[in-house]
Design a protein around this ligand. Sequence first.
Ligand code: PAF
Length: 281
Amino acid sequence: MVINSKMSLQETLEIAKKEGNTIGLVPTMGALHEGHLSLINFAYSQCDKVVVSIFVNPTQFNNASDLEKYPRNVSKDAEFLKTHNPETIVFTPEVNEIYSDKVESEAFEFGDFINFMEGEFRTGHFDGVGSVLKRLFDIVKPDKAFFGEKDYQQLRVVKKLVEITGQNVEIIGCPTSRNEFGLAQSSRNYRLNDAQLKEAELIYKALTKAKSMFSSNSVESIEKEIKHMFEAQPSFELEYFSIVKEKDLIPTKTKDPKEHYRAFIAAFLGEVRLIDNMALY
Ligand code: PAF
């Protein structure tokens, strides 16, 4: 079922809730892939009804060309969901349904961790993500909402968002879905040709390398090694490689055996920006 007005969506959900169903929300920007499917299946394992929103959110793009080139194909997405999960309620609002006539972000106090990595390189990105999710949570009022760990910093932002807004929704993080060569599933992969898809495996190789080096090498020497790996593949431009403490997501150069750490990468392959991360424990 595809619905594009928030009023009809709310009517449908009200009936479902009155019948005692729990509601799961999987927010997406479309160009659906296996990664979304695993989120949707996870949502079905925990909720009676699942809403998948498809909305390319303008306020989270700090680069007009990135927004313009973001892959969009709602009818293909609807077909994809009909094939894999025909029960899914697909919400495809227009921009004015979400933002009325003021397409602007709200400013949130997510904390220091958004000054690094995605927050550092995509100014205003997380305020845009927070703004759209706050609205989607208000419209859908889900019991649970599901997010992939590929966007790990985003997952932590969303957990903080519901703390700030007090919205009564449980935020569930789901493992990153990867292809057989380790490449994280992403809508942006649709913009890569076959040769680039093969080259993109470097990101997973680099993260795996960082993980294998972590217990017996300094953060500096791991950073050096990862930089070399990217320099050896000039089609790639590494934007950042950061090792952070999982607790606060702040990049660090020191290691404490009592802490857990994660490595994060963002890199451009041609014009396509790819991100990924991995636990180092
Ligand atoms: O991860 C995404 O696809 C987007 O950031 C989200 C969560 C759908 C918000 O627009």
